[in-house]
Structures are given as C-alpha cells and as structure tokens.
Design a protein. Sequence first.
Lengths: 232, 232
Amino acid sequence: MSESRDVKVLGVWTSPFVMRARIALNLKQVSYDFLQETSLTEKSELLLISNPIHKKVPVLIHNEKPICESLVIVEYIDDVWTSAPSILPSHPYDRAIARFWAAYIDEKWFPSMKGISIAQGEEAKKAAIDQVIEGLVLLEEAFVKSSKGKPFFGGEQIGYLDIALGCFLAWLRVSEKMHGVKLLDQAKTPGLVKWAERFCEDPAVKGVMPETDKLLEFAKILFAKMRANLPK
Amino acid sequence: MSESRDVKVLGVWTSPFVMRARIALNLKQVSYDFLQETSLTEKSELLLISNPIHKKVPVLIHNEKPICESLVIVEYIDDVWTSAPSILPSHPYDRAIARFWAAYIDEKWFPSMKGISIAQGEEAKKAAIDQVIEGLVLLEEAFVKSSKGKPFFGGEQIGYLDIALGCFLAWLRVSEKMHGVKLLDQAKTPGLVKWAERFCEDPAVKGVMPETDKLLEFAKILFAKMRANLPK
C-alpha cells in the first residue's frame, strides 16, 4: 500500500467536517496520523501553511501535498485509493444526486443547524429548529430514493452522502439535548432514524464519532463564546 | 451519439451559472435545447418541477432526468460524455485543486462580486472592489501553478476551473463599466488578462458569452430592483 505511506489529517475531534476525511480514510483502510489543533483561537503553523486561503481544518496531507475542503478531500481519497470499494456511486446520475444533496447539506441545512444554537430569542430558535426538521424530511425522501431499500444512501455500504450527512449526527444529538427537542424522529424521518443507528455502529465510524456527553460539554463552552461575540 | 438524444438546459442567457452547463456541453460537442425562463419574477412550471429544492437555473435535463447545481452538472457532463476530452484534470491531486478553487469562487469570490453592485455607500463599495481584486490575485497564482505555462487552467484546452471562473467574465466587464474600475488588470493579474481573452475566443464559449453592452443594459435594471429590495 505505497500510496498510504504518508497520510496526515489536520483536525479537531469535535469537527464534523474533519470526521468526513477520517471516515473516508477508514473506509479505504488507509492508516493516517491525526494531528490535532490544540487551541480554539490560535492556529498551528502547519495549518496556516497548509490551508493559507481558509485557514481551516480539515486538511489532508498526502505525500506532503495538502488538500483542503472536506468534500474535496473525500473525493480525492476515493480517486486515489481505488482498491477498496468506491465511495461515490458508480453511475453518473447517482453521483450527481449524491453531490447535489451534499451541497444542500453544507449550504442550506448545516447553516440552519448552527442557527439553532446562536438564535437570539425563542422565536428565532423555533424557526431554526423547524428549518432543520424540514431539511431532514427532504433528506429522508432522498434516502428512500437513493438507498432503494438498502441500509445506506450509498447502498450496501457507507458512501459519499452517508458521510456528508452522518458526520453531523453527534452534533444533532447534542443539539437535541441542549434545546430539549427531537430533530431526528420516528414519525417524520423513520428511515433516517434507523440509518443513523447503522451509520454510528459502522466500524469506519465508531472510533471517530464523538461521545454525545463529551461533545455536549465542549458545545456549552463553544456556544457561550459564540453568543458573547454576536452583535447585540 | 445515443447519450445525447434528449438533452435540455433550463436557463437564462444572463446567468454565469447557466453558461457553465452550456460551455461543458459545447466542449463535449453535445447538441441540446436551450429552454429559457422568460420572467425574472415567475418561474416556469418545468423549472419548479425539475428543481423543487432550489427552484433555480441551470437545470440539465438528460433523458428526462433533471440534474441541478452548475458544478454538479459540469461533473455529470464530464462523467457521461467520455468520448470527448475530459473536463476535470486526470490526476486526483489536480482534480482536487480544481475543485478547491471552484468552491472558492462560488463561496468567497462571487459573493464579493455581487457585493460591488449592492454595496450601500462608497466605503462598502470600495471594500467589495478590493475583495474582488484580492480574490483575482489569488486566482492568478492558482492559474500560474495549474496551467504550467499552457493557455488554460486545464492545460491545452478549457477545463473545469476555466469554466468555473470564465463564466463570470461578461459580468466582470459589466461591473468594470458600471463602476469605472479595472478589476482584471495587467499589473496585478497579467496571466488572467491573457487567459480571459483566450477563453472568450474559444469556439465552445463564443456563442454563449453575452455581449457586454447588452448585459450592461440588463444589469442596470436588475441592480436597481435589487437595491430597491434591500433593507434600509
């Protein structure tokens, strides 16, 4: 496995986006060094050099070349390590659908997830919660269509869209606990409820998905800081 | 060419994102029907059915199946019509770099382009102009690295990143004319100045790139409407 001789992931254990890179590497059975950023406020020299444009994790460093942006990293991993099963669907149309929903998750759904925790006032919070649930209902439909009765969006095994959405599951649970709401629920999103269980139990995911209570502690500190920095 | 028997693009002639789909089809020499939306305020039934999530152009309809989001469409076209040269670079690392910069253009650079025209006050406008130019300087560096002395980001012929950035050239010129500034200029971005000329002269682009003066007329009406709808 010569391609994997020098693989590093720059990241933090709390980041769903970092999880994407790690799950993809696990699926491909590529071993890597996980180099964690240690400060919330100061970035490491290696991160600043490796991602000078966005200065954000994750960065995959493969043979000393940095690759940035979580979904770009997942596609790269799929392109490079071709001996393990493909992460992207094999048919161009299915691939387009997976990319479409992954973009939806990042551009529309995730901002509303973030909105729950930084909303000012009960009304704004309720609106953000409704948006998150509406998004999940759309994703439930996408799941039914994409999985065609199989366990994952990607079919028999975890694929691109599973990674794109699944990486948020620990934060979803944290959000449910913090705000006393049910976001992923049996009545509206029965397929995703079962999918989420399967996803978190998968060997490629289990070791990298944060424990809810540990993440909850981190979240309380983070959101207090974020709210303190919001314009009044 | 059985794959191209039923190809439609839903769009408008003014949209850079629609241009992406059309240029990609032209590069692949796929003939298609261009179905234009006729109203700025009311969307066609076909668009609403084809892109129920975003209700936006472009939509590529191939054998009655809709594909949405311009960069997803370009990747789809590249995946389906494989007899013409590839639009994405062939090496995984180069492909990752192209995808990284395309995401940068859509998420960072384009919003600042839009910002020039909706900025309220001279100070905000100047800040937006500076941001656009800073972005172009970064893209100039990316061009030098990616093209390796060849005419395009993609090498000898137009590729993914050429399409992602090139589709904005008519709007860039409109912006320069409307605001009396030079955005793409010889001193700061000499490589891109020459690249832009080549791009617009390419047979795959020539027929779909709007004339600057015609687009300028359209832009004046559009921005007046946008400014009227901004919160005071």
